[in-house]
Design a binder for this molecule. Structure first.
Ligand code: ZN
Length: 509
């Protein structure tokens, strides 16, 4: 298998509140991809962080009556602390307000675009949604309200710096058409192509320091303006690699430079335009490589309601509390098994509990427990080789075990976590049905009555069952790493026998 170098990023959430389950979805999806690539032998760097410089953070701090720095410190810490409860394996976590790597990189990116002639000053009046941190055209506002937030944008008039986005429409379209910039799912790619075809306007990339309440990164050589927070935030994908030290810096060259491997951004559908249009155009202007893949997820609703930006995830607890109550595996499994590739998914605690009990406790837990318990009951925990002829009926299960790694890889390459977990679930189903049909208890009775062939058939059933469980342990590792390692431990006979069976995943509720 040829290995590659893979740089994976999540978007960096603004931290006007603590993390909600929608954030957890993207972190877990990225984590699965990172773990999957690492297991395939690829070189992986997985990065996340927080967007501290958003005006929304300033407004939240004003509302709370505390300094902005205190608010972002507290909330950013809550995001970083998701690492353990969600079993995230990120290699780097950047905070845009306090990380010393960030500001020099943002300034360098600004100067590179200025050197290309793509930044200019203009008087501007427009409708600005603070929630989105973007200007809208009146035609984009149904009923005069922001389509994301349902709020009325502010009328803003000031002199700002503008970026010549209009210059890059043709090149962007070509890069997306040819797949050099791959956007999944296809419906999202088509949405971007339609947006480009509708004409790209230059966009404002600064705001007055007064309107920003003095928070953010000043425009180089123009201290009356701060850099637009999206420019600042998108820059994190390269500033964390040391781009601010120059293009020759080692991490930057390794993970983003010309000739590096794949550069994959995950993002939600609401920020697609920033990732698939604005960011690539900025990089083109600066003469830097583009991302290779943009993987776009839809949104979660909670109990039928949109997760509001003002922390209104309703009565449902945040992801750390959910993991504390129901376990990391149950939370990750729900996100990966229930959320479709296209279309929003609705979360309720009852659905999380039902899914974990049905799949992890009943399906998978029963399989591992019955196979290891029988190995103890009939073979004192020791597995014996069986002649192939004794393994009647094992063919379909063994074939499925052989094929599942490719099916999982193909599903993940298409950013389809549900297809990947469904492929794994077919193994659990097949294995449970195989064991039931083989009736090992009947084989054991026949063996005790002197039937040596029945004894060999029993060895084959146990061996095949353990093999299916080990396949599952390996393939589930990126999805539910803790549970997968418990399965691997339950099936480990390197000491000559399997460990005493223990409940793998107790029912929750
Ligand atoms: Zn908005």
């Amino acid at each position: 298998m040829s290995t590659e170098r893979v740089y994976l990023t999540t978007t960096i959430p603004y931290v006007n509140g603590p993390p909600h389950l929608g954030h957890a979805l993207e972190f877990v999806q990225a984590d699965v991809l990172a773990r999957h690539h690492r297991l395939a032998g690829d070189e992986v760097r997985f990065q996340t962080g927080t967007d501290d410089n958003s005006l929304k953070n300033v407004l939240a701090a004003e509302a709370a009556g505390i300094p902005v720095a205190d608010l972002v410190d507290r909330n950013a810490a809550a995001f970083a602390a998701l690492r353990e409860p969600l079993a995230l394996s990120f290699d780097d976590f950047i905070r845009t307000s306090s990380d010393p790597r960030h500001r020099p990189g943002v300034e360098r990116l600004w100067r590179a675009c200025a050197a290309s002639g793509d930044l200019y000053q203009k008087d501007y009046a427009g409708l600005y949604c603070v929630g989105c941190e973007q200007f809208y055209k009146p035609a984009e506002l149904p009923g005069g309200l922001c389509p994301e937030h349902g709020t009325r944008p502010q009328q803003v008039r000031e002199q700002n710096w503008f970026f010549r986005l209009s210059r890059y429409a043709g090149r962007l379209q070509g890069l997306i058409d040819t797949g050099q910039l791959r956007i999944e799912p296809a419906a999202r790619r088509n949405e971007v192509l339609r947006f480009i075809a509708g004409g790209l306007d230059d966009f404002s990339v600064s705001r007055s320091t007064a309107r920003a309440r003095g928070w953010g990164i000043p425009v180089p050589d123009d201290p009356g303006q701060v850099i637009y927070v999206w420019w600042d935030a998108l820059g994190n994908y390269i500033t964390a690699l040391g781009y601010g030290d120059g293009e020759g810096s080692e991490l930057y060259e390794r993970w983003w430079g010309h000739g590096s491997g794949r550069r994959i951004h995950l993002c939600g559908k609401g920020v697609l335009r920033f990732h698939a249009v604005y960011w690539p155009a900025i990089l083109l202007s600066a003469g830097l490589p583009l991302p290779t893949d943009i993987l776009v997820h839809d949104y979660l609703t909670i109990g039928g309601r949109k997760i509001s930006k003002s922390g209104g995830a309703g009565a449902v607890a945040g992801p750390a509390a959910l993991a504390g109550r129901f376990g990391t595996d149950a939370v990750r499994w729900w996100l990966l098994r229930e959320v479709p590739r296209v279309g929003d998914a609705d979360f309720t605690v009852a659905r999380l509990v039902a899914r974990a009990n049905e799949d992890l406790a009943n399906g998978l837990g029963n399989l591992v427990s019955r196979v290891t318990s029988m190995a103890h009951r009939y073979r004192q925990g020791g597995l014996r080789p069986a002649p192939q002829a004794a393994a009647a009926g094992a063919g379909p299960l063994l074939d499925a075990c052989g094929l599942v790694p490719d099916r999982v890889s193909a599903a993940l390459a298409g950013f389809d976590f549900r297809a990947a977990t469904t492929a794994l679930w077919e193994i659990v189903d097949l294995a449970n049905r195989y064991v039931e049909r083989a009736e090992p208890w009947r084989l054991a009775a026949a063996e005790r009555a002197g039937d040596a062939a029945a004894g060999q058939a029993l060895d084959a059933v146990l061996g095949t069952g353990i093999r299916a469980c080990r396949t599952l342990a390996g393939q589930l590792a990126p999805f539910v790493p803790d549970l997968a390692s418990r399965i691997a431990a339950a099936c480990d006979d390197s000491s000559g026998r399997l460990p005493e069976p223990r409940p793998l995943f107790p029912r929750i509720g």
